[in-house]
Design a protein around this ligand. Structure first.
Ligand SMILES: Cc1ncc(COP(=O)(O)O)c(C=O)c1O
Length: 426
């Protein structure tokens, strides 16, 4: 099936109990056991069924199956937020003494997790100098548990050569984890380029309407965990916290996703609410359609800004002068999502004037909404940073980040046009 069909049908036809054709919201915490034996069989992973919503839920199960189908993986795990998905994707295979190797350009929350939080748990995070396979390879050693990247970086909009990173990681017997939030599987399917694990913030384009937090981890089911019993001993030795199960023996190709559910999620609880799973499923039905419009509008806006006399520079991988243009062609057919940054003539002050003059664009810190969104990092999110800190964070005083929505392109351009004029008035 094609994405447009998968986004509507995968994982659900009608409810087995009521024949309802809309995915029911199973707003329950627990599920009854038929007998003591049935309960034991469920806990032993010997029969399929539900135990407790922190671990699984039938509404969330549809979301997981649909995400896995779109990403072309074998199984998914729904979570409370994209941040939880990133965290668990690492914790499932890394521990004190392990390291992971990451690209340097990352979403801010992931950067903080990697720079400050994982190291305090004894997991070293090695930031490569750039996102090339050569730069990443230099940091890998026998304690490396994973290589991490974002398919399209937030906020830089850089495109990573997933195929090259996957080949390099596999040559070192290490899995590649890709955060696919900005691209979504409608634009890039990292698994088809060799990724082993894909994480997504469903809060963004996947849900698409800015109303619900959610995250997902999808397992390609391809990485040979059993071939590396020492490095990935968590998947290959009896799991003490789960009555001695050996995941690679009990679940085969689904060992990784099985363990992340029954160890990380079960014991630390970043579960998605059934209501949020429902709302995200509702939004996901139009994902391929929305992404088409997001991308078309973004290309039109990038070209408009590029030609505008009040604009100093535009960074968008869909423009021919972008260093990521060729990768954008390879991975997205020249439609690299709808996130871009530009520099306004007149620096910080003009940036503030532009920002305040916006009428339709929303001033906030989010991406992937149907609505067009704008951020001026230097006067808001990054306001407390010094000039040199701003520079190392890749934020300039004149920089505006736009995330283009699916409104009519004429209205989007009209709002930008009047705000650009206002930015230059005394
Ligand atoms: C690339 C990327 N990954 C992960 C996240 C975290 O997602 P959430 O806000 O759902 O926790 C974000 C949030 O902006 C993001 O942009």
């Amino acid at each position: 099936m094609k994405d447009q069909t998968i986004a509507i049908h995968a994982g659900f036809k009608s409810d087995s109990a009521t024949k309802a054709v809309s995915v029911p919201i199973y707003q329950t915490v627990a599920y009854e056991f038929d007998s003591a034996q049935h309960g034991a069989d469920l806990f032993n992973l010997e029969v399929e069924g539900n135990i407790y919503t922190r671990i699984m839920n039938p509404t969330t199960a549809v979301l997981e199956e649909r995400c896995a189908a779109l990403e072309e993986g074998i199984a998914g795990l729904g979570l409370s937020a994209g941040s939880a998905a990133v965290n668990y994707s690492i914790l499932n295979i890394a521990e004190q003494g392990s390291n992971i190797v990451t690209v340097p350009l990352l979403y801010g929350g992931t950067y903080t997790l990697f720079r400050h939080m994982l190291p305090r748990q004894g997991i070293e995070v090695r930031f490569a100098e750039d996102d090339s396979a050569e730069a990443m390879a230099k940091h890998i050693d026998d304690k490396t548990a994973a290589v991490f990247c974002e398919s399209i970086g937030n906020p830089a909009g850089n495109i990573v050569d997933i195929e090259a990173l996957a080949d390099m990681a596999h040559a070192h017997d290490v899995p590649l984890i890709v955060d696919n939030t900005v691209a979504t599987p409608a634009l890039i399917k990292p698994i088809n380029w060799g990724a082993d694990i894909v994480v997504n913030s469903l809060t963004k384009y996947m849900g698409g309407h800015g109303n619900s937090l959610g995250g997902v981890i999808v397992d390609a089911g391809e990485f040979p965990w059993a071939k590396h019993p020492k490095k990935f001993h968590m998947l290959n030795e009896p799991e003490e916290s789960y009555h001695g199960v050996v995941y690679t023996e009990a679940l085969g190709a689904a060992a990784y996703i099985g363990r992340v559910r029954t160890v990380a999620l079960r014991n630390t609880g970043s579960a998605i609410s059934p209501m949020n799973a429902f709302l995200i499923l509702q939004g996901m039905q139009t994902l391929p359609l929305r992404m088409e419009r997001h991308c078309d509008n973004a290309v039109a806006v990038a070209n408009y800004l590029n030609d505008h006399p009040h604009v100093e520079w535009v960074k968008f991988a869909g423009l021919p002068d972008s260093p990521y243009y060729d990768l954008a062609q390879k991975y997205t057919g020249g439609k690299p999502s709808a996130l871009m940054t530009f520099g306004i003539k007149g620096g910080f002050d003009a940036g503030v004037k532009f920002y305040d003059a916006l009428n339709m664009f929303l001033r906030l810190v989010n991406i992937g909404d149907t609505k067009s969104l704008a951020a001026h990092p230097a006067s808001t999110t990054h306001r407390q940073l010094s000039e040199s800190e701003l520079e190392s964070a890749g934020v300039t005083p004149d920089m505006i980040r736009l995330c283009i929505g699916i409104e009519h392109i004429d209205d989007i351009i009209a709002d930008l046009d009047q705000a650009l004029t206002a930015s230059q008035t005394g």
